[in-house]
Design a protein around this ligand. Structure first.
Ligand SMILES: Cc1ncc(COP(=O)(O)O)c(C=O)c1O
Length: 464
């Protein structure tokens, strides 16, 4: 070969690497055939205008890759056995369902620049000051500092008294649920879930190999007697007792007691998802079920609603008897959570920033809720049944009974809004459909006009 058909990428700093990259690509793409004699280092150096040493280094590197062979006294050859030429990479479009920030999509919160700046300052400082120990592997439960702050926060705000040693920091509620399933349950176990309920958790439980037993929710929360009749031997129940998702009902005290009694008698776990209790508009937050002191309750809290979803930070409070098995399950999964964001969030709790932020956004969310409710009242007439929620960041609207099939979907399309339907939250299709409207994370004007469109569309479809 007189001249090799290669071009060097001069942006690579080292000449040897430039030659290696160009020859490697030419061999793998089939431009240089197996067995071909390569030029001497002197001659190729001359052709490419690089030092001879760079060619020698590149040939040695290619030999250790197995792409060329050096034969003593005979020169350097392209290897006889090469992997088949790789097909060029074609960018593919993969359809991943993406959330859009359009009223009334759930999962968006108010963007508070002041709070974000404090979080950024803290994260920067913590990374910049990191000690050697902070850069290695960590405790599967997460940062001791954040666990300590979470324990104080829960005692002050949720009536849950716990030992920071029994808290585990996780990457969101589903991560917590998966960990509980891995550590405390066995494939094929039965688990009660609220009906209607949170479909994301249903998927996580199913993927963990568990069998779901839908248990109806009434005005007092999950119907424990119905659960016992359906499957008294279930090994766990997943509940949202402070603000049932999606109906919004709080679980009454008699039901809480009945649920705990059943769990104690059956040695079953109560998985309490306390996702939005900080946003209570009528009086102080309700005490969590875990605050009643049973060692059958596993409590899950999240920073998704009080801060934002992309943070991916949540926590689980474990009964002390299962901390070790959950640590082992976690160590086999993702080992431990990323370090620095945890400590930055702990700083926000410790210096009062988080409490002040929650207070500020709570009044904003109350305003958003009131605006949506007022707009729906004036536009929907009798075509939607709803009440202003006392808590949380979503509102449930029901259609009147016996509405035609598919009407909720048609109304949603006419109104050009994004929202989940009540039927999508059901495992068993029964009763009227409805709409779940997330009202946090939007400008008031934006959600008012969306609420108006939805109300008018509902009224219009009702008349047809
Ligand atoms: C019932 C329920 N639980 C938990 C969450 C929060 O989930 P995560 O912590 O995974 O963001 C949400 C969010 O919308 C929810 O609706």
């Amino acid at each position: 070969v007189l001249d090799l058909p290669i071009e060097l990428d001069r942006s690579i700093r080292n000449q040897g690497r430039q030659v290696h990259a160009a020859l490697r690509a030419a061999i793998i793409d089939g431009l240089l055939a197996p067995g071909l004699t390569l030029p001497s280092s002197r001659s190729l150096g001359h052709q490419l205008g690089v030092r001879r040493n760079a060619i020698v280094a590149a040939y040695e590197h290619l030999a250790s890759d197995g792409l060329v062979e050096a034969r003593h006294g005979a020169g350097t050859f392209v290897a006889e056995r090469l992997p088949p030429p790789s097909a060029p990479i074609k960018p593919r479009h993969i359809d991943v369902p993406a959330m859009q920030r359009v009223p009334f999509t759930l999962g968006y919160t108010h963007v508070d620049r002041g709070m974000l700046k404090k979080l950024a300052t803290s994260a920067r400082r913590r990374i910049g000051w990191a000690a050697t120990d902070d850069l290695g592997y960590g405790d599967p439960r997460g940062s001791e500092y954040l666990r300590d702050q979470v324990a104080r926060y829960l005692a002050a705000n949720r009536g849950v008294r716990c030992d920071p040693a029994c808290i585990m920091i996780v990457a969101g509620t589903q991560h917590a649920i998966r960990l509980c399933a891995d550590a405390l349950l066995s494939p094929d176990d039965r688990v009660w879930v609220e009906e209607p309920g949170y479909p994301v958790t249903h998927t996580t439980l199913r993927v963990a190999g568990l069998n779901l037993v839908p248990v109806r929710v009434d005005a007092s929360g999950i119907d424990v007697e119905a659960g016992v009749s359906a499957c008294a031997t279930a090994k766990a129940v997943y509940v949202t007792p402070s603000h049932q998702f999606p109906t919004g009902v709080p679980m009454s005290m008699p039901r809480r007691i009945a649920l705990i009694d059943w769990a104690i008698k059956s040695s079953a776990w109560i998985i309490e998802d306390d996702y939005d209790s900080e946003f209570r508009y009528a009086g102080p937050p309700l005490t969590a079920l875990a605050g009643l002191g049973s060692d059958r309750v596993i409590y899950i809290g999240t920073f998704t609603k009080i801060l934002f979803a992309s943070l991916r930070l949540a926590y689980v409070v474990l009964p002390s008897g299962v901390v070790e098995s959950t640590i082992s399950a976690r160590a086999a999964l993702d080992r431990f959570p990323p370090r620095f964001m945890q400590d930055a969030v702990a700083d926000l709790i410790a210096d009062g920033t988080l409490t002040a932020h929650v207070r500020r956004v709570r009044s904003r969310y109350r305003e958003a809720r009131d605006a949506v409710v007022a707009e729906l009242k004036s536009s929907a007439g009798e075509s939607l049944i709803f009440a202003a929620p006392d808590q949380g960041l979503h509102l449930l609207l029901r259609l009147p009974r016996d509405h035609p099939k598919g009407m909720a979907t048609r109304i949603r399309e006419t109104a050009c809004v994004e929202c989940r339907l009540l039927s999508e939250m059901r495992l068993v299709q029964r009763g009227a459909d409805g709409f779940i409207l997330g009202f946090s994370g939007y400008e008031i004007g934006e959600i008012k006009s969306a609420a108006r469109r939805l109300g008018l569309a509902a009224r219009d479809h009702q008349r047809r």
